[in-house]
Design a protein around this ligand. Structure first.
Ligand SMILES: C[S@@+](CC[C@H](N)C(=O)[O-])C[C@H]1O[C@@H](n2cnc3c(N)ncnc32)[C@H](O)[C@@H]1O
Length: 238
């Protein structure tokens, strides 16, 4: 998708998504479009990815992560708080964030830093704050140009050896699938790579999610490093 295939009206693209999510229950099933039962399988492969990353030659630190499009905190609770001392959440729906506080509960309270109630298209992470910035099932809600800006600003938010991890649906052809209902796009693989490169990021690893039910989109996880940092240590797994 080049810039000329962007939604004609960005404002409507974003306001329709806000409207859509305002009607969705603040539950795991709501977060996963009625497929709440895939959550464990999803988390299992994500854990494996992080374990392998921490066993790599130049791992990121384990201090601070950011959960982007966090919803009710499913990934924060079941993945990120197990690996990091502290996690911030950014999510545009304030009701989901309110539910996240409940869902994460008092036991994890000390591990949660900030709840940012803002769209990713308007969010800039603090400089050099995070070891890992995790975005899952949310980037289809950004236009290409906002995604590019977001990824660039995420790089400023990374500590030394920090990485951006993206986990997203990928379209089965080279076309973008537009979903008018939730106001999102599903991008093809080549387009993600084009945007990563434009943003100055190297794809260090690319891994396919396993064992999702048939009929769902293929899901990929990407570990991205700022090009300056990544040197020659890429280990792309297709
Ligand atoms: C499919 S849910 C995924 C939630 C979470 N990442 C997970 O995997 O459990 C998409 C989430 O993205 C949020 N969202 C949609 N558009 C957004 C935007 N522009 N900025 C930030 N969050 C957004 C929705 O409110 C919803 O919580």
């Amino acid at each position: 998708m080049d810039e000329d295939t962007q939604p004609e009206n960005d404002e409507k693209f974003y306001s329709n998504a806000i409207q859509y999510w305002s009607e969705i229950p603040a539950t795991i099933d709501g977060m996963l479009g009625g497929f709440g039962f895939i959550s464990q399988t999803d988390i299992r492969d994500s854990k494996l990815l992080l374990k392998q990353l921490f066993n790599s030659k130049i791992p990121p630190g384990r201090d601070y992560a950011l959960d982007c499009g966090a919803g009710i905190g499913r990934i924060t609770k079941h993945l990120l708080t197990g690996f990091f001392n502290k996690v911030d959440l950014v999510e545009q729906n304030p009701e989901f964030l309110a539910q996240a506080k409940e869902y994460l509960g008092p036991k994890l309270e000390d591990k949660i830093g900030n709840y940012y109630s803002v769209g990713l298209q308007s969010f800039e992470p603090e400089d050099k704050k995070y070891d890992v910035i995790w975005s899952q099932w949310v980037l289809g809600h950004l236009t290409d140009s906002d995604l590019l800006t977001f990824l660039k600003s995420c790089q400023n938010g990374l500590k030394q050896n920090g990485v951006i991890i993206i986990k997203e649906n990928i379209s089965s052809s080279d076309e973008i699938d537009k979903d008018e209902q939730d106001s999102s796009v599903t991008r093809p693989l080549f387009l993600y790579h084009r945007i990563f490169t434009k943003a100055g990021l190297s794809c260090y690893r690319q891994v396919k999610q396993r064992n999702f039910p048939k009929g769902l989109y293929t899901v990929y996880m990407f570990i991205l490093k700022p090009q300056a940092q990544s040197s020659n240590n890429s280990e792309l797994n297709l």
